[in-house]
Design a protein around this ligand. Structure first.
Ligand SMILES: [Ca+2]
Ligand SMILES: [Ca+2]
Length: 268
């Protein structure tokens, strides 16, 4: 099923009593038809800072210098699979090189792609809109604002970005269950309005801040909606005459004064 999201698990074994250190990058090419999803949502028990999984790419890497603890560790990455089902891809013998040798540490690592049921993924959506009465609710006649950048964060890192459509709507789909933060990039030409926590996040609805709704915890199957950002029209500034307008005002006063004096002279 094209676009189906799955969790890919790479299990790295280590039968030694001590940690093994990679002496070369371990690069695993994903099976045909499988690419890293956006967000990749890297997880697992290996040193995650050493994992490279670029959304859209066809490989996952574990950097030289990273370690595999005694008993092994795992790396999970979200992937988009064009093929359903479960299958195993074995990393070639010798691809995993460590300081304790390739014969001591198992030279193969299992890579399993499991099709994930639709019910185990989540989504979050909302609208950026002109909150004409500044009440934090989309009322009749309050239009959406298009082209506003919305960012999705996890653990302080941006995992996805999008922009609002013609109706001011945005959505992030195919999300791994977890805790997310939605950030609005304040659109220019608008004054900041009220931001509101939506409904449908069964883990925790989250907390609205200024242009940010944080700690939204999505469980599998959640379709959270109405995570909205209200904006206000800037007040029209009171008009102060410009220099040239002041000159015209003074000139017209002078002309008026002169006309008044002329009339006075003629009357005498
Ligand atoms: Ca409103
Ligand atoms: Ca705002």
């Amino acid at each position: 099923m094209a676009g189906q999201q799955s969790t890919l698990t790479i299990s790295l074994g280590n039968g030694n009593a001590a940690a093994a250190t990679l002496t070369a990058d371990l690069v695993d090419s994903l099976p045909a038809g499988v690419t890293v999803a956006n967000p990749a949502s890297i997880a697992g028990t290996c040193t995650l800072g050493s994992v490279t999984a670029v959304p859209g790419s066809g490989s996952v890497a574990y950097a030289a210098g990273a370690t595999i603890p005694a008993g092994g560790c795992s790396i999970q990455v979200r992937v988009t699979a064009s093929v359903t089902g479960t299958y195993t891809n074995t990393i070639a013998a010798g691809a995993l090189q460590t300081d304790v040798g390739s014969n001591v540490v198992p030279a193969t690592a299992a890579l399993t792609v499991t099709s994930t049921a639709p019910g185990s993924i989540a989504s979050i959506a909302g609208t950026v809109y002109h909150d004409r009465n500044d009440n934090g609710v989309i009322n009749s006649g309050e239009e959406g604002i298009a082209g506003v950048e919305i960012r999705l964060l996890q653990g302080g890192s941006i995992v996805a970005t999008t922009t609002t459509d013609a109706n001011g709507h945005y959505s992030f789909t195919n999300l791994v269950p977890g805790t997310y933060t939605v950030v609005e990039v304040q659109p220019s030409g608008w004054n900041d309005g009220k931001d509101t926590v939506g409904v449908g996040a069964t883990g925790a609805p989250g907390t609205a801040g200024n242009d940010v709704i944080s700690n939204v915890t999505l469980a599998g199957g959640d379709a959270a909606t109405q995570y909205n950002f209200g904006e206000l029209r800037p007040p029209v500034a009171a008009s102060i005459p410009t220099l040239s307008e002041w000159a015209l005002i003074v000139l017209s006063m002078l002309l008026g004064l002169m006309a008044w004096r002329e009339a006075g002279v003629r009357r005498r």
